[in-house]
Ligand binder design. Structure first.
Ligand code: FUB
Length: 362
């Protein structure tokens, strides 16, 4: 027993050291004190905040981080989340959010086994839909949906995952014409690279780097699919969300400061579609703009410089004429990766519709 424990601790420490070395992340008190915003809840760890305004109030659909004791690795095995709590706020100016308790637990989802990662929600005709990724009983990430009469749940899961769904980080846009679109996907532990040929590559050993394109090949894209009228299934086969550079060429896999990694979000500003995402191992939140929900999108710039912690994940929402970025960092726990806290700050555009880059610590 002693041996097993010390091996686990050794693994954790060496994983942590690798992450720090690779990414040169600095966890300093100084940085924390100069943060531009404070955690919205402090009694639980929360991350990946998807914010929406329903009935004039803000609801945040985050991941609920826990320390399940798993070793750190590049597949994100230590993100062992089991349930979702929905947060609510009357206005983004509130200094804290209300935690509305457990809205859905993995033990109540027949098809899912573990790792309830970043969720999102949508509303239609007074019903609320919680979209969430989780690993099924074969260790494959799928996306599920659960339904409630209330924005805070409890949510009743569908018995099966969404047909033909895969990978992680669903984000749903309700477009002005009444259509709903889901954006999703994530590389490395999010398994997107394993689906390049259309079927899941199950070959072992499982590595976050196997099946990725070469550096000089087009980057892997997030996916988009229109949803059926009942919001429970894909109405079409998912398509690539292509991001072009300033010369109209798709971003390359080696362009790690700009290419898609995970954490899709879509919002509209002055009639344009803004697709935003995380660059993962380079820790930026970036965006690209287009004229329709499918794109292609042209790279627009950075939204958020790196936060304390490895991951960066966000949502962008308008409330009473102002725009807000909901995001997370690890300042509450000082943990490098998986014990995070959600935050909010105002987001601004310049006169040409460019998002002004936010620096999270002054
Ligand atoms: O929270 C687990 C994973 O970390 C999310 O799905 C990713 O976007 C990253 O934030």
């Amino acid at each position: 027993m002693e041996k097993v424990e010390s091996k686990c601790v050794r693994q954790k420490i060496s994983g942590l050291k690798n992450i720090i070395k690779k990414n040169n992340l600095i966890m300093s008190e100084e940085k924390k004190l100069n943060a531009i915003s404070a955690p919205l809840v402090t009694d639980i760890y929360t991350a990946d905040p998807s914010a929406h305004v329903f009935n004039g109030k803000i609801y945040i659909y985050p991941s609920h981080d826990i320390d399940a004791g798993d070793a750190f690795d590049d597949l994100g095995s230590h993100f062992a989340m089991e349930d979702y709590h929905i947060l609510s706020m009357d206005t983004p100016a509130d200094s804290s959010a209300v935690d509305n308790g457990v809205a859905l637990h993995v033990k109540d989802v027949k098809w899912a086994e573990r790792q309830m990662w970043a969720p999102d929600a949508a509303e239609k005709d007074g019903k609320y839909y919680l979209y969430f990724p989780a690993k099924d009983h074969d260790g494959i990430f799928r996306i599920g949906v659960a339904v409630s009469d209330s924005p805070t749940g409890p949510f009743i899961p569908q018995p099966e995952a969404i047909k033909n769904s895969f990978s992680i980080d669903p984000a749903v846009l309700k477009d002005e014409d009444g259509n709903y679109y889901m954006y999703f996907g994530g590389i490395w532990g999010g398994q997107l690279q394993r689906w390049r040929t259309g079927t899941f590559k199950a070959e072992q050993p499982e590595s976050p780097f196997a099946f990725l394109p070469e550096k000089n090949e087009p980057a892997l894209c997030a996916k988009v699919a229109k949803l059926t009228n009942d919001l429970l299934e894909f109405a079409e086969a998912p398509k690539d969300v292509v991001i072009l550079d300033e010369n109209g060429k798709p971003l390359l896999q080696g362009d790690t400061d700009r290419r898609f990694f995970e954490a899709s979000w879509m919002h509209k500003y002055k009639g344009k579609y803004y697709f935003s995402y995380s660059t993962g191992d380079t820790h930026f939140l970036c965006y690209a703009t287009g004229d329709n929900p499918y794109g292609p999108f042209t790279y627009g710039g950075r939204i958020l410089e790196p936060v304390i912690g490895w991951t960066s994940h966000h949502s962008i929402v308008e409330f009473k004429g102002k725009w807000y970025l909901f995001y997370h960092d690890s300042s509450l726990s000082n943990d490098i990766t998986h014990l995070r806290c959600v935050k909010v700050t105002e987001l601004e555009y310049d006169e040409n519709g460019k998002i002004k880059t936010i620096v999270p610590y002054k």
